[in-house]
Design a protein around this ligand. Structure first.
Ligand SMILES: NC(=O)c1ccc[n+]([C@@H]2O[C@H](COP(=O)([O-])OP(=O)(O)OC[C@H]3O[C@@H](n4cnc5c(N)ncnc54)[C@H](O)[C@@H]3O)[C@@H](O)[C@H]2O)c1
Length: 298
C-alpha cells in the first residue's frame, strides 16, 4: 500500500500539461497501471488532441494483442480531462509536465497547493530545473519530489527520482513506491541540473546540431554515424525531433545558466528552426520531414 504523508493511499493521479508530449505519456502509464487519472492542460485543444493519441495508443495495444478490448475500454474510462485546476482536487499525486520554465512551474505549484488535499504529493517531471526551487514558496515543499520520466514515457521504464532539500522521507518513499506500482524502474539522483540523463544528453544533442550547422555532415549522416559507431538506437537529430525542438531550446535555456557549459547553450540553428515552426514530429517537420504532425507516426 502506497501511503503519502498523511497516511492515504495513492488512488487518483493528476497530470498537468497532459496535452503535451510528456504529460500524455505519463497519463498513459498511470491509467494503464490501474489508477484513476485526471488530465489537465491550459489548452483544451491540446488535451483533445492528446486524448485522441491516447485512444490510438491503446487501440494499437489491442491490435498487437498486448491488451484486451475490455481492458482498453476500462482504462480509457478511468481518464477524465479538465482545463481547470479544480478538476485535480481529488488527486493523491499530481505529476506536472508543463513547460520547462521555472516561473511557470512555480506559479502552477502555488496555484495547485490550495486545490489539493493535505496529504497529496506533487511530482515534477522537470528535466533540468531544481526541484527545491520549483517547490520554493508553494506551501507544501515537503511533499514535492522530482519524478523525471523518459521520452516516450509510455514505452520507457526509467524514472529519475530526486528529493528537494525540503522533501520529507515519507513523501519521497510514497512517490518512489508509486513509480514501482506503475511498472516503472526508478533510479535515485540528487537534485542537480539534468540529473543523470540530461546532464549527458543536452550538451550532446546541441553538439550534434552544431555539426549540422557547421556543415560537417547532413542530419541523416550524423545519426547514421552515431547509431552505427556508438551503438545508439536513435541518432541525436531524430531524437531531438521526437523530444521537440522547442523543448530542446527550453532545456538548453534552463541548463546553460546553472552549468555555464557552453555546449549547453542553444545553437542558433535550433532557434531558427523553432522560429520557422519546425518543432519536430509534433509539427510534422524538424531535422527530418514526417509529412504530417504526429508523435509516433500514427
Ligand atoms: N520532451 C522530452 O523529451 C522530455 C523528456 C522528459 C521530461 N521532459 C519535461 O517534461 C515537461 C514538459 O515537456 P514537453 O516536451 O512534454 O512539453 P510540451 O510543450 O510538449 O507540453 C507542455 C504542455 O504543458 C501545457 N502547459 C503549459 N503551461 C501550463 C500550465 N501552467 N498549466 C497547465 N498546462 C500547461 C501546454 O499547453 C502543453 O500542452 C518539461 O518540464 C520537460 O523538461 C520533457
Amino acid at each position: 500500500m502506497i501511503r503519502p504523508g498523511a497516511g492515504r493511499a495513492i488512488k487518483t493521479v493528476g497530470v498537468c500539461g497532459a496535452g503535451g508530449t510528456m504529460g500524455a505519456g505519463i497519463a498513459i502509464v498511470a491509467a494503464r497501471a490501474g489508477f484513476d487519472v485526471a488530465r489537465q492542460d491550459l489548452s483544451a485543444a491540446a488535451l483533445e488532441r492528446s486524448l485522441r493519441d491516447t485512444a490510438g495508443f491503446f487501440g494499437k495495444s489491442v491490435e498487437r494483442g498486448k491488451m484486451s478490448a475490455e481492458a482498453r475500454d476500462a482504462t480509457m474510462a478511468r481518464i477524465t480531462d479538465t482545463v481547470a485546476l479544480d478538476g485535480l482536487a481529488g488527486c493523491d499525486l499530481v505529476i506536472e509536465a508543463v513547460f520547462e520554465e521555472l516561473s511557470v512551474k512555480q506559479a502552477l505549484l502555488r496555484a495547485l497547493h490550495p486545490v489539493l488535499a493535505e496529504h497529496a504529493i506533487i511530482a515534477s517531471n522537470t528535466s533540468t530545473l531544481s526541484i527545491t526551487e520549483i517547490a520554493s514558496g508553494c506551501g507544501r515543499e515537503d511533499r514535492v519530489v522530482g519524478m523525471h520520466f523518459c521520452l516516450p514515457a509510455q514505452l520507457m521504464k526509467l524514472i529519475e527520482m530526486s528529493p528537494g532539500v525540503n522533501t520529507s522521507d515519507a513523501a519521497f518513499q510514497a512517490a518512489w513506491d508509486w513509480t514501482v506500482a506503475a511498472g516503472q524502474q526508478p533510479v535515485r539522483t540528487q537534485d542537480k541540473p539534468g540529473f543523470i540523463l540530461n546532464a549527458l544528453l543536452v550538451p550532446f544533442n546541441n553538439d550534434a546540431i552544431r555539426l549540422v550547422e557547421a556543415g560537417v555532415a547532413a542530419p541523416a549522416d550524423v545519426d547514421r554515424a552515431v547509431k552505427a559507431g556508438l551503438g545508439y538506437k536513435m541518432g541525436p537529430l531524430e531524437l531531438i525531433d521526437l523530444i521537440g525542438l522547442d523543448t530542446q531550446v527550453r532545456l538548453s535555456e534552463a541548463f546553460y545558466p546553472v552549468t555555464l557549459d557552453p555546449r549547453a547553450a542553444a545553437p542558433p540553428l535550433l532557434r531558427r528552426m523553432v522560429a520557422a515552426g519546425r518543432l519536430g514530429r509534433k509539427s510534422g517537420r524538424g531535422f527530418f520531414d514526417y509529412g504530417k504532425p504526429g508523435m509516433y507516426g500514427a
